[in-house]
Design a protein around this ligand. Structure first.
Ligand SMILES: Cc1ncc(C[n+]2csc(CCOP(=O)(O)OP(=O)(O)O)c2C)c(N)n1
Length: 555
């Protein structure tokens, strides 16, 4: 059939099974908006392009499908950069379509012209500038394949406006195979696998560390099966939360900068570490040079570029987890670990303190949320800061794709728009967003989208009247000189939410929070709960900067 480039984009999106896109219109993308007008694809207009791309990211993380985002040229495209970097660092499959000035104006400093592919090259897995309408379908199909295959990531397609209006003969595509089905274990890989099996078999104090790659590959069940077969303790990175149910007897919890002491001591004391789908970020390793000391590291990852990048591995296995884990499962065994579990048990006794909290703190509040939502279909998103770490420590995430956070970029402003995307992706679940009073000022305008799309998500604003995580670092390392971290003027977030037509409750004590949570859960509509907490509360435990993993700050 003979159709326009814009219509071909819509056809290709439908071909890929896309039912929802997030975006914001403008001059150079209007042909595509016009093509979307009649079509079956749901378009969600956010308040800001950053909101659109974070929403596409949240959609992808909650569903496992590709998130799609559309924006105009110039400022529309530049507003996407943070969201692209965020998806890139957390390996999230997102396809972004931007409008561009017409091909005859490219390079002329035309109105709303920026070099979008140049700007976004370092923060995309791949990007394309389309210069012929005939290439458009093939490029869109490649973009989806690249976004999803191997290590997932964001792909951007920049489409000049005249390409959107030009016509082409369009044919639907046949199915294409992906990286995973093509992958085969090489001879060298086979030898490495045998070596890994031998090293694990000899281990006296093994530990498994799971990262975000396990969630994005959907291989959580294979990892659980493997770990249960050998009965080895497991810890998780921030991105890996949800791989193991929080209450699983082999699961010791979060490791890293604000991980729990038992998990961190176990990593430190291990003689063999099996890392699955983790890139060993500096928040996980603290001091890179001391992290691997005294242990054999077996690193399993889909991306060969990750092996030996941050931590030198003794055995690096690169390939899709769905292929590698079953091969390992068939052969793996482990020696007697009774003594190791006795040591871990001693750490558990020493470090696990159940606090009796009588005031409204973030820790208490998040534990209440965890209790109220336990075993129910909830998805949590967070923004970035102290509340994010408290949430990671206390929400007790039980399922994959139910914990959505900005891990690699640590982008404030992510939480609310990501929650919007997640709520759209999984309407049969309820999304709860945990955000600080700083982050909500960045993208709180997306309550507009929450209201306009009638999304039932619950936003909990943890209001400590300061940029808490910055204040914490200034308290600990900058002699309590609170430069630019304290809020000079209070904001009434209840009024703020109400201005968008969203129901809001204020909680200044435990009882008020209980009531607010009960109302929000019962209402089935969007609501905001503003939780006032003390400004002085710190996120603990915390590793001593640059120290080994058994060295926590005395705070
Ligand atoms: C876009 C962006 N700007 C700055 C930072 C640095 N930063 C990290 S945490 C933080 C404070 C966050 O404050 P708030 O949203 O109130 O959350 P809290 O730490 O108080 O829970 C800041 C400024 C960041 N991560 N992202």
């Amino acid at each position: 059939m003979r159709i326009s480039g814009a219509q071909a984009i819509v056809e290709c999106l439908l071909e890929q099974g896309v039912d929802t896109v997030f975006g914001y219109p403008g001059g150079r993308i209007l042909p595509l908006y016009d093509a979307l007008y009649d079509g079956p694809i749901r378009h969600i207009r956010t308040a800001h392009e950053q909101g659109a791309i974070h929403a596409a990211d949240g959609y992808a993380r909650a569903s496992g499908r590709v998130g799609v985002c559309i924006a105009t040229s110039g400022p529309g495209a530049t507003n996407l950069v943070t969201g692209l970097a965020n998806a890139y660092l957390d390996s999230v499959p997102v396809v972004v379509i931007t409008g561009q000035v017409s091909t005859d104006l490219i390079g002329a400093d035309a109105f709303q012209e920026v070099d979008t592919t140049g700007i976004t090259m370092p923060v995309t897995k791949h990007n394309f500038l389309v210069n012929s309408v005939d290439q458009l379908p093939a490029i869109i199909r490649s973009a989806f394949r690249i976004a999803l295959s191997g290590r997932p990531g964001p792909v951007l397609i920049d489409v000049p406006s005249d390409i959107q209006t030009s016509r082409l003969i369009f044919c639907h595509a046949e199915e294409q195979s992906n990286f995973s089905t093509q992958w085969k274990l090489t001879e060298q890989g086979s030898a490495l696998l045998a070596e890994a099996v031998a090293v694990i078999g000899d281990a006296k104090q093994p530990v498994v560390i799971v990262g975000g790659g396990v969630i994005s590959s959907g291989m959580h069940e294979a990892v659980i099966r493997l770990v249960e077969k050998i009965g080895v303790p497991v810890v998780s990175t921030l991105m890996g939360l949800g791989t193991f149910p929080a209450h699983h007897p082999l699961f010791l919890g979060l490791t890293g900068m604000h991980g729990n002491k038992v998990a961190n001591h176990t990593v430190h004391g291990a003689d063999v570490m099996i890392a699955v789908g983790s890139r060993f970020s500096d928040r996980v390793t603290n001091n890179k040079l001391k992290y691997g000391t005294g242990k054999r590291v077996i690193h399993i990852d889909v991306d060969p570029a990750e092996l030996d990048k941050n931590i030198a591995s003794h055995i690096g296995l690169a390939g899709p987890l769905e292929k590698l884990l079953p091969l390992l499962y068939e052969r793996i065994s482990v020696g007697n670990q009774q003594q190791w579990w006795t040591i871990i048990g001693q750490w558990q006794q020493k470090f696990t303190v159940e606090p009796n909290i009588r005031s409204l703190t973030a820790t208490w509040m998040l534990r209440r949320v965890a209790e109220a939502t336990f075993d129910k279909p909830f998805v949590f998103t967070t923004d970035v800061g102290q509340h994010q770490m408290w949430a990671a420590q206390n929400l007790r995430i039980n399922r994959p794709r139910s914990w959505i956070t900005s891990g690699g970029l640590g982008a404030m402003g992510f939480g609310l728009p990501a929650a919007i995307g997640a709520q759209v992706a999984v309407p049969d679940k309820r999304v709860i967003c945990i955000v600080g009073d700083g982050g909500i000022k960045m993208t709180g305008c997306e309550l507009f989208t929450v209201a306009s799309e009638k999304l039932p998500l619950i936003t909990i604003i943890v209001d400590n009247s300061c940029l808490g995580m910055v204040r914490q670092l200034q308290q600990l390392f900058y002699k309590q000189r609170y430069s630019a971290s304290l809020a000079p003027a209070p904001v009434n977030f209840v009024y703020f939410a109400q201005a968008f037509g969203v129901e809001a409750h204020l909680a200044t004590n435990q009882q008020e929070f209980e009531q607010a949570l009960a109302l929000a859960l019962a209402s089935g509509q969007a609501s905001v709960i503003v939780v006032k907490i003390a400004l002085e509360d710190l996120v603990i435990p915390m590793l001593v900067p640059n120290a080994p993993l058994n060295t926590h700050m005395d705070i």
